[in-house]
Write a protein that binds this ligand. Structure first.
Ligand SMILES: [Mg+2]
Length: 125
């Protein structure tokens, strides 16, 4: 079974890069460009993992996470993918309730493995 990853990212270039890298690594990728679109997609496609840009038009990543949890998406791991590189920000992201944090720009080589580490063991094949 291919793990399904929902990528919420408003920057077209970043979205394409993440999509291509994950697809090449064998994942099924679902795209969303706003938090609102992401919540709708999550409820529709039941992803195994959500990768979330924090700076989004409309509701931001933190609010999107909150609404996702409120909408019943409680078990799906949600990982922030963001350009904030400072340690304090990492702590803040985890405090907001994200399951993890990956930095932009992503490393094309390392990214699939980093993503895999956040999947529940039964889907991380
Ligand atoms: Mg953004």
């Amino acid at each position: 079974m291919r793990a399904r990853i929902l990528v919420i990212e408003d920057n077209a270039k970043n979205l394409k890069l993440v999509h291509d890298v994950l697809e090449y690594a064998g994942y099924e990728v679902v795209e969303a460009r706003t938090g609102e679109e992401g919540i709708e997609a999550a409820l529709r496609c039941a992803p195994d993992l959500v990768l979330m840009d924090l700076q989004l038009p409309g509701i931001d990543g933190n609010e999107t996470l909150r609404q996702l949890r409120e909408a019943g998406q409680r078990d799906v791991p949600v990982v922030a993918v963001t350009a904030f590189a400072m340690h304090a920000d990492r702590e803040r992201v985890l405090a907001e309730g994200f399951d993890g944090y990956l930095e932009k720009p992503i490393s094309v080589r390392a990214f699939p493995g980093q993503v895999r580490d956040f999947l529940h063991p039964e889907v991380a094949t």
